[in-house]
Write a protein that binds this ligand. Structure first.
Ligand code: HEM
Length: 141
């Protein structure tokens, strides 16, 4: 085999390795994976289910199931290897008559939970940016 072919091969391999090592870890892994997403889901839902301004929607809802479902949803949305088996955002909130004020309180509860768990500013903003468009499906009143 000609020497230059080996050199080109070597160069390509080195370039490929450099490119791969520069690839950013997913938001999912930067946040802390499944366990942290479950913590975030659980603590956020505990807040909104206890807050007099948002609790009405959660009355009679199985919170353990909802916590897992929200954690799975967040996992998929942040690039994790999970399966979300729940409904679309439109279907799961269709009956609840959720207002803009309630939506914003939930986002604030999420923000506080992310801060309390020391999630970085960049990760927090990336997650909030992913979730912001759900407003048009969640808010129906
Ligand atoms: C950041 C925006 C939100 C996201 C990403 C989100 C996500 C979810 C997910 C993944 C589910 C589970 C659906 C299923 O398992 O089929 C769900 C259900 C639910 N969400 Fe949200 N949600 C959001 C905002 C809200 C707000 C603002 C409220 C009320 C204040 C709310 C109340 C509920 C309730 C009550 C359920 C359970 C419905 C049922 O089981 O009948 N959500 N949500």
């Amino acid at each position: 085999m000609k020497k230059w072919v080996l050199w080109v091969g070597l160069l390509l391999t080195v370039t490929a390795c450099q490119t791969m090592s520069k690839t950013e870890p997913s938001l999912y892994s930067r946040i802390g994976g499944k366990e942290m997403l479950y913590t975030i889901s659980s603590q956020t839902l505990d807040k909104v289910a206890a807050d007099p301004a948002t609790k009405r929607s959660f009355e009679g809802v199985k919170m353990a199931t909802l916590k897992q479902s929200l954690a799975d949803y967040l996992c998929v949305e942040t690039g994790g290897d999970c399966v979300y088996e729940g409904e679309t955002m439109k279907n799961s909130h269709a009956e609840s008559n959720i207002t803009t004020a309630e939506f914003e309180l939930m986002v604030q509860a999420l923000r506080d939970t992310l801060d309390a768990n020391n999630i970085g500013t960049r990760e927090k903003n990336e997650l909030l940016k992913i979730l912001a468009p759900t407003k048009r499906d969640v808010v129906t009143k």
